[in-house]
Ligand binder design. Sequence first.
Ligand SMILES: [Fe+2]
Ligand SMILES: [Fe+2]
Length: 398
Amino acid sequence: MRKNLYQRESNTLAEDKLTVKKLEFNHRKNKEQDHTELLDSSAKAFNYSDCKDEYWNPEKFSLLYGTPLWDEASKTERVLLNQIYWVAYYSQIISAEIATIFYNQTASAGLYGLEDFRLVCETLDFESMQERAHIDAFKNISEQFEEEVFGERIFTYPMRPYYWETMIFQKTNMLKRFWKSIQLQSYALLSSNNAFIGCQYLTVRGLRTLNGKIVQHQLSKYFTDHEDKENAPIPSKVSYYHFMDESYHFNSSNIIGSDIIKNLAPPTAFESFIANLGIRGTLKDHSNFNISVNGIFWYEPAIYETLFKLLQSSAFNFKQADALQMLKRCFTQENQGITEAFETQQTALESYRNYLSNIEYVSKSNKLGGAMVNTSIENYLAENRRQFFEFERKKNVA
Ligand SMILES: [Fe+2]
Ligand SMILES: [Fe+2]
């Protein structure tokens, strides 16, 4: 067949038939099984009183599971801790998806100028549309829950810009937050103007989604194992529908970040540097683990204040001194929750190493797991104790 004279580039996507096929298949399947309507109608139908007495996740996905608080909680409190896990977990997912929507668009812009990249861009456009529905569903349910249970926000927040710290509980301060926002905005600018960085964003996205995929698969099991699916709690249905959509997103991250990137010219030293910086940042973000919401990599001391408020709310009714004592027992002494949350982080580390092992431009230290290799239970406890001492001192003075 005569080669189209106007396809000047030596490596066009159309010539990489296997990758095109994989991407086409994934995009088509995602469109066929799209859960947007189901998510929209579920969020609309959500009424807290209909499912307030039931778990929304498998039991071990409960706030502070495996800690003294969980061990001593009544049956009703355990149900609440299970539901709060859902709200807290998906509030974090909202933050990540706000950034995803934005970077999907800048990556599409960066790639659109290349031959045959329409399919990649349409895949990303479609996924952004789905993310908006995901955010909507999580937000509707979480806000209604907090309004009815606490009468105020605990884990939810109003919509925020993409360049805010993605981890809603992070070790940070004003200067670091400002610096992070500059980095995130610069990355957006670079990725919208550079096909390699645009493509490489999908490697970072894939990395970020990996742990999500492991946890969300387990969360979706509450619905898949439910005996009466039709009447299962709506939040558990949302977990399942979301996991279904996300499995396609994970595939496309893989195809774009690992296969399509090979069709581009090898990265310059600058491009490699930026790409490794993005990966290093993600590994750093995931170097914390927490027992409040096992499955997310929050910096525990940043949650003290929120949990202190939560325990004193009418839902749990702790006196101030008892709340402090309880948090101290949960966060500064070894318990089952700590062992399990550390295991989650180690599983993530293993899967990240696997994922990065075959990507050429990735630096050796990133391939080993970056800052995640320094995480340990000893360090976690030492940091918690140091910060709790300060926290307690301030509360006792106040
Ligand atoms: Fe999503
Ligand atoms: Fe997604």
